[in-house]
Design a binder for this molecule. Structure first.
Ligand code: AMP
Length: 275
């Protein structure tokens, strides 16, 4: 793969990378279309990265559909699909990097999934070493991940430009996720409530004098009062620092970030209050 991109770069091609864990849906394909639309030679990686799973059960049940995925990517006109084995990526101890994300990985996903972002950063930095993309496309659905990757690029002096892509949703409002296919039909009826309540909280943020903490309590209570839903966290944070906001005036770019179980399946979503 590395030799291939060296050749492509010599031919003057612009390399666009879309890293995924497979089980592809329209959210992933939107990233792919963006990369193609930007005129890049598009590489999509499919790798279910064991190091970013803190829960072995979650790793074991993570959906996999490599044949369907590669067929879909072919239809989209993707140039290369990179599907390394775990050994390919991790046998080289010298490839190990040390990261310091300060407070960025101490909150939300980082707090509830210890080691998750260390695993994400290890794999993404290796992809950047191998593929040396001019641009890499990441979804805003994983808002904290996007912020941490942007930080990693600066820290490690990667020349890759990070392109954020807006969340793609079902008509019901439910954010597309590979994990949605693990939810039973009955429980899936309640999952769109997550986004409905996020939207209500945005209205509340703008139209009432409730404090950030009170808005957070509203979201947590409303979600926990919905059948099958159980909140792990909901925090209104500043988009850059990812730290919780105490007063509305504290941040020019507040984002409400949620992790919520629907049955046994853990979903994340977020909403920007500034837009
Ligand atoms: P994953 O396969 O879940 O690791 O996701 C791969 C990439 O697709 C990440 O950058 C995600 O943020 C992005 N992505 C996943 N779901 C969505 C969505 N519904 N809308 C936009 N981007 C998404």
């Amino acid at each position: 793969m590395h030799q291939k991109v060296v050749d492509l770069r010599q031919q003057g091609r612009i390399i666009g990378l879309v890293p995924t864990m497979g089980a592809l849906h329209e959210g992933h394909l939107t990233l792919v279309r963006r990369a193609k639309g930007d005129g890049t030679t598009t590489v999509v990686s499919i790798f279910v990265n064991p190091r970013q799973f803190n829960n072995p059960q979650d790793l074991a049940t993570y959906p996999r559909s490599e044949e369907d995925d590669t067929r879909l990517l072919e239809t989209e006109g993707v140039d290369y699909v990179f599907m390394p084995s775990t050994e390919d990526l991790y046998d080289d101890i010298e490839g190990e990097r040390k990261f310091d994300f300060g407070l960025l990985d101490k909150v939300m996903e980082g707090k509830y999934r210890p080691g998750h972002f260390e695993g994400v950063a290890q794999v993404v930095s290796r992809f950047f070493d191998i593929i040396e993309p001019h641009r890499a496309y990441f979804g805003e659905k994983d808002f904290q991940q996007l912020t941490i990757i942007q930080h990693m690029v600066k820290m490690c002096n990667f020349s890759t430009e990070i392109i954020p892509v807006a969340i793609v949703r079902e008509p019901s409002g439910l954010a597309l996720s590979s994990r949605n296919r693990l939810i039973s039909e009955e429980k899936l009826l309640y999952a769109p409530t997550i986004y409905k309540i996020l939207q209500e909280s945005k209205k509340m943020w703008h139209e009432t004098s409730l404090s950030p903490h009170e808005v957070e309590q509203f979201v947590i209570n409303s979600l926990n009062n919905t059948p099958y839903l159980r909140v792990e966290y909901f925090e209104i944070v500043d988009a850059s620092s990812l730290q919780q906001i105490k007063n509305k005036t504290e941040s020019s770019n507040p984002v409400g970030c949620v992790a919520c179980f629907c049955g046994e399946v853990r979903l994340i979503d977020n909403i920007k209050y500034a837009e």
